[in-house]
Design a protein around this ligand. Structure first.
Ligand code: ATR
Length: 280
């Protein structure tokens, strides 16, 4: 085998992909663990080109790739096999290409969210607790799946488009709330509140939320990581809540990908976190 052949080829497919921080995360780990690898960004403008692009990556000898918007669902349909999290969320963000050329799809977003929460609030036990999830898009599906797998007993889901909240809640036999009722009495009984909407993301308007009814020490999470602390989290902090930003989820969701392609289980170190924070 030549040195060229030994370089592990991986990357990200989506549209757009230019903003992604995944190359910096994986390249940090390639360096840290002494693995010869390359993580490339592949912008695929048309969904019609997806299947052919996946075959090209396989023919070029890629070990696998990540998938971002808007193709997580399309890729799930193109995989030969998907894991439980991908089947439950209908979305694949990690593909491994086997030596036989099969595409194995996984979803690591649920894992990333739960791991980040466990790292930042190690004392929190999920069993028997209630959580309010704001939003009902792709990220919400992963967060709800992760929370249920981790043992959360009761989910409340509120979304601007209320039918989507109802559909997601029905999956788990849980409760959808009217969007206008999102900050009402229920939050007072919840142990955890999670924003999965895109509100608060750099350039977008903020998520308006009235924390006045919330219990002190409630954990409030935002999956947005840029800015590191959204106005939603700042308001929660002022009410005495424990806040968890989205950067940890971004870093932790990358770990199973690196492991799948290299066999090395990477750590989310303080150095990595600082490095990525510096790029925001
Ligand atoms: P993602 O994959 O990041 O979850 P998505 O599937 O497009 O992205 O979901 C975006 C989420 O943000 C949805 O819950 C969306 O609400 P709708 O289902 O009503 O579209 C929510 N969202 C986006 N803009 C919003 C806004 N201005 N007000 C309230 N919710 C908003």
């Amino acid at each position: 085998m030549t040195a060229q052949n030994q370089t592990i080829r991986t990357g990200l497919i989506g549209h757009p992909v230019g903003h992604s921080l995944s190359p910096q995360i994986h390249e940090y780990w390639f360096g840290k663990y002494g693995v010869s690898g390359r993580y490339s960004l592949i912008d695929i403008k048309e969904a019609n080109d997806l299947a052919a692009s996946m075959r090209s990556l396989r023919d070029e000898g890629w070990r696998g790739f990540n998938v971002t918007v808007p193709y997580k669902q399309d890729v799930a349909a193109l995989c030969d096999e998907v894991d439980g999290a991908a089947a439950a969320t209908g979305a694949v963000n990690l593909v491994t290409i086997t030596p036989e050329g099969r595409f194995l799809g996984k979803n690591t977003d649920a894992y990333g969210f739960i791991q980040s929460l466990k790292e930042e609030v190690p004392s929190f036990s999920f069993a028997g607790k209630a959580a309010l999830v704001l939003g009902a898009g792709g990220a919400a599906r992963a967060v709800c799946y992760g929370l249920k797998q981790a043992g959360i007993e009761k989910l409340y889901i509120a979304n601007r488009t209320e039918e989507k909240a109802a559909a997601l809640a029905a999956n788990y036999g849980d409760t959808a709330l009217a969007w206008a009722a999102r900050d009402g009495a229920v939050a007072g009984g919840c142990d955890l509140v999670v924003n999965t909407t895109t509100l608060g993301l750099g350039g977008h308007e903020s998520l308006e939320y009235d924390f006045s009814g919330i219990k002190e020490n409630t954990i409030v999470c935002d999956i947005v990581y840029n800015p590191l602390e959204t106005r939603f989290l700042q308001s929660a902090r002022h009410r005495g809540c424990f806040v968890v930003g989205g950067l940890g989820m971004l870093l932790h969701q990358a770990r199973p990908s690196f492991y799948a392609w290299t066999g090395v289980w990477p750590e989310v170190s303080g150095v990595l976190r600082k490095k990525i924070e510096g790029l925001l």
